[in-house]
Design a protein around this ligand. Structure first.
Ligand code: TRP
Length: 334
């Protein structure tokens, strides 16, 4: 059976190795399978919910796009576009909002967490919560349903958004007739939650990321910051509770992981262990970094790629939107 996979990355911040190993790499692997068509996009409309610095948004759109392309995305073979270039998505999001129960979105984790934070600080519960933040899952549903995607590779933290998307699609189909494919989530098999250098989830919001396509020097610096403990070289170390080991096991081969476990038992010093992690990660990244620098040097390349992507997907979006408008009764009068 053919599958249509679709996934997006919010364009806030500079891509980190969690984005690469947790999202980009597994999605590109899936896209190489037989009978798979792939839709990958830059979620810049989601980005402006949290990021209010226009310049940082611009930089991030560029960096996330280059990260996909340097990692092997082929813009001829797949559909690669920028969300804000496809206005039909926003139009669909409005139509979907009109069939979405407010109560469904009230239960969204991200929104509930924001309300809880206000309660904890004894503030008005709506303080700082925009309609964009509240409606985030509806826009995400529009992203997914717009292109009839059957499978959506996401991290665990996005599972609820997939459930909400399915609920919205089912409600619409029930009310107006079958229009939407009901998508399924694909959770990255390893399900490894990549931790940052402080042991929390690697996230731009925690400022604990290990950058992906930075210089060797920056990569080395980020790895040196990974928090370990005060055991001396020669003292046996426990890999199971170690951030450095967890990060290593997100990309190393199973043989190398087994070897590293031995090294821990035999008391490898933290400096040596970090050097080891750096060398291996860096050698994986070298060819991608080269490609990144090469693409970055071609000023019009990204514009062209994204224009091509919009040109390829907009006719599909227009066609689906016409059908949806017709179903809800707002198509052309004649
Ligand atoms: N919410 C996703 C994230 O922050 C990004 C995203 C937006 C997305 N729309 C999507 C992912 C549609 C998959 C499908 O990680």
């Amino acid at each position: 059976m053919s599958r249509r996979i679709l996934t997006g990355i919010t364009t806030t911040g500079i891509p980190h190795i969690g984005n690469y190993f947790g999202a980009i790499k597994p999605a590109l692997q899936l896209s190489c399978e037989k009978n798979v068509s792939s839709y990958f996009f830059l979620a810049d409309l989601h980005a402006i919910i949290k990021q209010t610095n226009p310049n940082e948004i611009k930089v991030s759109v560029n960096e996330v796009a280059l990260a996909w392309l340097s990692s092997g995305l082929d813009p001829e073979e797949s559909f690669f576009y920028r969300q804000s270039n496809i206005p039909e998505i926003t139009e669909l999001a409005w139509i979907l909002s009109c069939v979405t129960a407010k109560g469904l979105i009230n239960r969204s984790h991200a929104y509930k967490a924001a309300v809880q934070l206000n309660h904890d600080h004894t503030k008005d519960e709506d303080k700082g919560i925009s309609m964009g933040l509240f409606s985030y899952p509806v826009l995400m549903a529009a992203d997914i349903l717009m292109f009839n995607s059957s499978h959506v590779p996401v991290g665990n933290d996005q599972l609820q958004h997939l459930e909400i998307t399915r609920d919205i699609a089912e409600k619409f189909n029930h009310q107006y007739g079958n229009a939407f494919v009901i998508p399924e989530a694909i959770i990255n098999k390893d399900g490894k939650l990549l931790v940052g250098h402080d042991g929390r989830k690697m996230s731009k919001s925690y400022n604990n990321v290990i950058p992906f396509l930075s210089s060797e020097k920056e990569l080395k610096k980020a790895i040196s910051k990974i928090v370990t403990n005060s055991l001396e070289p020669g003292e046996p170390k426990d890999h199971s509770s170690c951030n450095l080991f967890l990060i290593y096991s997100a990309f190393a081969s199973s043989e190398n992981i087994a070897e590293m476990k031995e090294k821990y038992k035999n008391g490898i010093g933290w400096g040596d262990a970090k050097e080891h992690v750096f060398n291996e990660l860096n050698s994986l990244i070298i060819p991608l970094r080269e490609k990144y620098l090469e693409l970055k040097d071609q000023p019009h390349y990204l514009d062209e790629v994204l224009a091509l992507g919009a040109e390829k997907v907009r006719p599909q979006a227009k066609e689906l939107l016409l059908k949806i408008k017709d179903l809800v009764g707002i198509s052309s009068i004649s």
